[in-house]
Design a protein around this ligand. Sequence first.
Ligand code: NI
Length: 174
Amino acid sequence: MDTRYPIGRFQAPDEITHDIRHEWITAIAILPRQVRELVRDMSEAQIDSPYRAGGWTVRQLVHHLPDSHMNAYSRMRLALTEEEPVIKPYDEAKWAELPDARTMPVEPSLDLLTALHSRWVTLLRSLGDADFDRAFVHPDLGRKTISETTGLYAWHGRHHLAHIRMVRGLTAYA
Ligand code: NI
């Protein structure tokens, strides 16, 4: 197993059905609670342990989630309000090395993730089929619809949950 990708890489299905999208949005809705539950009784030593040699610590993983998902949420809002806007990528590795991401307690990011996902899921549940076909343009990756981006971020939450589970010595799950 590639420890960087304990649940594999994201692969969008050929056809994104209503049911698949519904399942993705549910995954996004429950993520903050899952992360909170997983780190609740972790020791400081565990919080500062990397999930693999040279990998991010639990602390960095928890701070990375809102960093990443705030960007995703903004990209979706841009796609909904502009015509295929070109979005601004960010250097996630460097963001994870900024002092707050390396040293702060995880609680503020758990709160941030909870509040953010509340907004995000309310927005996603309000969208019709035509809205999900709207897109932004990533300068390196090309045109991305809101639909496939929803799947990518449902995967992204599970991907990092699996990393945190690796630190706890629990079996990674898909
Ligand atoms: Ni990530």
